[in-house]
Design a protein around this ligand. Structure first.
Ligand code: FAD
Ligand code: SF4
Ligand code: SF4
Length: 471
């Protein structure tokens, strides 16, 4: 039979329908579609795709289990390495990770690893067979570690992953989370139409069932300090508090009414469940002409959310060109289909207002010059090209930095100039027994990179505690 060159496509809600609701856009593979896609895998012996995954999901093995018709086994294989497969299958930047190195991709489209991972996770969740294997957990327990206490700060992807691995070693693990909900950005940042909250909750529930305790509404650095955690008998600490402090452009007019950070905008919509209760007034006031500044996933999410809240003209204002947008290509495509208007190679220089409320964004056109430190061509303003965009709402989505609360209140914790925590290759900070990972170390990055860091930290915390007990 001839080789199928393209990925098996995934059915999704039509753009004209989905802009009126917050339901998930892609439906996921059916059994037949998953089998068809799984059969594209070449089962390469050297498994390059596994090296492309920061948590080392045994990709060919789980795909083989799909082909064998054993989707429960496929789930056990994935869960041995990844505790958030339904999340990763949906939001991983696969094109930069596992699928970027898939051998099929040398000639044709790579195997749709993310879609298959989502299929396996959803299949098992729907049937209640999404738990990690009990034998696998028992096998990993280390007698010298049983009952010893480790604290994890933050219940986002980094903290959840570290906690799940640590508890498997036999440790007693408590996560301290500042908010009233778990999941970090998965719950309060990424919108429902891309990351349904029920899915996040179910994967967190499975982590709790491994034995991880989660204490909500504890702001470490304020409610309790890291020193106090050690005094309470925790022998090691993992910090995974993310980067929740929004950056602004620093241009005139940013404090006018109607200007939001994407962070505030999306958090309000998510945590106040604007998507679930449309009969109530939405917790954010968006007008009909919304400009979102930025080109990443956060900008796409903010723009598509504004559209769903009823805004007519929604613009993405981005200072570089389309090829340089950091958002996942699927999100850019979905945004275009939904009628988001892209004003590329444009940068805002001032936000103008009338009686304290935003009414225009002054932009300058840009051209691309030499490559900068990020390897992308530097955008340069074209003199005299200023123009006005009529708007009533502006949303700034140009990145975030870590909140300094915890780092400021923790003695001897070395940080970088922008506030990120300094770590070595083992994710160890400048303080003994304190490890960190995820956005708080790298700055705003990706779910899977945060999870990879959580995994590395867990492994090294295990080694640290074993060495400590030898002394
Ligand atoms: P977070 O997810 O930020 O979790 C940190 C947790 O720590 C939070 O729950 C926070 O409340 C808690 N916390 C903070 N301070 C304290 C404290 N002092 N005490 C106790 N708890 C504390 N990545 C992708 O891979 N794909 C995408 O499509 C994607 N889309 C995104 C869309 C949006 C809108 C946003 C904002 C981000 C997106 N990202 C995406 C990035 C991704 O979500 C993050 O890189 C990832 O969540 C980082 O994980 P983390 O665990 O380091 O931090
Ligand atoms: Fe690929 Fe992400 Fe799944 Fe790893 S977790 S296999 S990078 S989709
Ligand atoms: Fe299959 Fe691609 Fe991995 Fe080869 S590299 S085993 S084709 S997923």
């Amino acid at each position: 039979m001839a080789m199928q060159k393209k990925k098996t496509s995934m059915q999704e809600q039509k753009a004209e329908e989905r802009i009126n609701n917050f339901e998930e856009v892609p439906y996921g593979y059916t059994d037949e579609e998953a089998l068809q896609e799984a059969k594209r895998c070449l089962q390469c012996k050297d498994e390059p795709c596994v090296d492309g995954c920061p948590v080392e999901v045994p990709i060919p093995d789980f795909i083989q289990a799909i082909i064998d018709g054993d989707v429960e086994k496929a789930n056990q294989i994935i869960k041995s390495k990844n505790n958030l497969p339904a999340v990763c299958g949906r939001v991983c930047p696969q094109e930069e990770q596992c699928e970027a190195v898939c051998v099929m991709g040398n000639k044709f489209e790579p195997v749709a690893i993310g879609r298959l991972e989502r299929y396996v996770a959803d299949y098992n969740m729907q049937r209640g067979t999404d738990k990690s294997s009990k034998e696998e957990i028992e096998k990993n327990k280390i007698p010298e570690l049983e009952g010893r206490k480790v604290a994890v700060i933050g219940a986002g992807p980094a903290g959840l992953t570290a906690a799940a691995d640590l508890v498997r070693f036999g440790l007693e693990v408590t996560i301290f989370e500042a908010l009233h909900d778990t999941g970090g950005v998965l719950s309060y940042g990424i919108p429902e139409f891309r990351m349904p909250k029920e899915i996040v909750d179910q994967e967190v529930e499975a982590i709790k069932e491994l034995g991880v305790e989660i204490k909500l509404n504890v702001l470490v650095g304020k409610t309790i300090t890291i020193d106090e955690l050690f005094e309470e008998g925790y022998e090691a600490v993992f910090i995974g508090v993310g980067a929740g402090l929004p950056r602004f452009l620093g241009i005139p007019g940013e404090n006018l009414n109607g200007v939001y950070s994407a962070n505030e905008f999306l958090t309000r919509v998510n945590l106040m469940k604007a998507f679930k209760y449309p009969e109530y007034k939405t917790p954010v006031k968006v007008g009909n002409k919304v400009a979102v500044v930025g080109g990443g996933n956060v900008a796409m999410d903010a723009a598509r959310t504004a559209k769903r809240l009823g805004s007519e003209n929604v613009y993405i204002v981005y200072r570089r060109a389309a090829e340089q947008m950091p958002a996942r290509s699927e999100e850019i495509e979905h945004a275009r289909e939904e009628g988001i208007i892209f004003k590329l190679l444009n940068n805002p220089v001032e936000i103008h207002g009338d009686q304290g409320r935003v009414d225009k964004m002054e932009c300058v056109e840009m051209e691309l010059g030499e490559k900068d430190d990020s390897g992308r061509r530097r955008p340069i303003p074209i003199e005299g090209s200023n123009w006005m965009l009529d708007i009533d709402t502006a949303i700034i989505a140009i990145g975030t930095n870590p909140n300094p609360l915890l780092t400021k209140n923790t003695k001897d914790l070395a940080t970088k100039s922008w506030g990120g925590i300094k770590v070595d290759d083992n994710q160890q900070t400048s303080r003994e027994g304190v490890y960190a990972g995820g956005d708080v170390v790298t700055g705003a990055a990706t779910v899977i990179k945060a999870m990879g860091a959580g995994k590395t930290a867990a492994k090294n915390i295990k080694e640290y505690l074993l060495n400590k007990s030898d002394k």
